[in-house]
Ligand binder design. Sequence first.
Ligand code: SUG
Length: 446
Amino acid sequence: MQAFEANFDGLVGPTHNYAGLSFGNVASKNNEKSVANPKAAAKQGLRKMKQLADLGFQQGVLPPQERPSVRLLRELGFSGNEAAMMARAAKDAPELLAAASSASAMWTANAATVSPSADTHDGRVHFTPANLCSKLHRAIEHEATRRTLRTIFADPAHFEVHDALPGTPALGDEGAANHTRFCAEYGARGVEFFVYGRSEYRREREPKRYPARQSFEASRAVAHRHGLDEDATVFAQQNPDVIDAGVFHNDVIAVGNRHTLFCHQRAFVEQQQVYDTLRAKLAKLAAPFEVIEVPEAAVSVEDAVSSYLFNSQLLTRADGRQVLVVPQECRENARVAAYLDGLAAGNGPIDDVLVFDLRESMKNGGGPACLRLRVVLNEAERAAVAPGVWIDDALFGRLDAWIERHYRDRLAPTDLADPHLLVESRTALDELTQILGLGSLYDFQR
Ligand code: SUG
């Protein structure tokens, strides 16, 4: 059946800030305590959505979550009214207030793992929200993520939104950031490629410096739940040395689209074997496979981490050719810029490079690919998606004006204690659910 890939980007929330919460994510640490601009962050993200929609790509939006999470503060033992809880947390444990306030749900590549209906046992699209249990500020996302996905992909004839896996290191799950699907055409059966950082039970080499967030056991459980065929799944271990160099998710070192894998030479353990296995399994589905491997000599892992070259979106245009969507930081690194010039000029499968300013998100380690969740849909499935989340001129205009009205252009770590921030944020989100036609989505609305 004819199908296409839709990208659902996370709208940056009003509390976007730099709290240095993600050990192992170099940008998050480097920008800790700097002053953020939530308004600019949200507009940068929205502009990317709009421009990709204008170019003919299917573009949806996912709403931010309610922050600060009053529920987390209460669970952590703070009591009294909301303002009192925030003041107490700011004084006694500012890191916990920061965790409760993070706008990290914007990086929807970590919202869930998605398997298209062509691959699953029951012919429905399956979603597993990621438990994100490796970081407190992200571990509080999955319940609201499930609710949002169940609201937008509500029709049980087409969609199954599972619960997250139990949140424990043996099942650490970071969602689509560690998952890619290869296929001949989006609507044809594909091979799903799961990349993990560590295994709880197998004896494999692990990173020494930084945590490996995704476990093999979690990836395998997601594949089982989604009813994927063993012949059409590949599990690969991420190179532990690159995790130690700041590659906290596989989408910082590799991206795939249809039958193309674009990755760094040092992305995986047993790299050649990974290519061979993918090629062989795709051949059984009569699908081709091609790899664009970037050598260390051209772009080092360090350059890849600072420029986010691989945190790009590889998209297929209507004419079948591919474009690479990269952050502006790629243009500012001379080696990466030279590599990209050669790539677009060559005869390979990538024809064009689109550059976006996503500086505010990038400073927290979130590039173009982090900001989107891919969902392959056929026409019947598309018709079953909540209609108000597709980006077009009208929705862009309404969201842009909404950001302009409600967002601050400056948020320092000390501002997180401000009780007005909670009120502002709720007022904005309440209006947003009306704009997107999503009903009462948030706890404070129920
Ligand atoms: O989980 N940063 C996010 C970035 C996620 C990027 N996603 C993908 N690669 N798909 C993270 O580390 C930083 C928040 C702070 O420090 O304030 C943060 O959560």
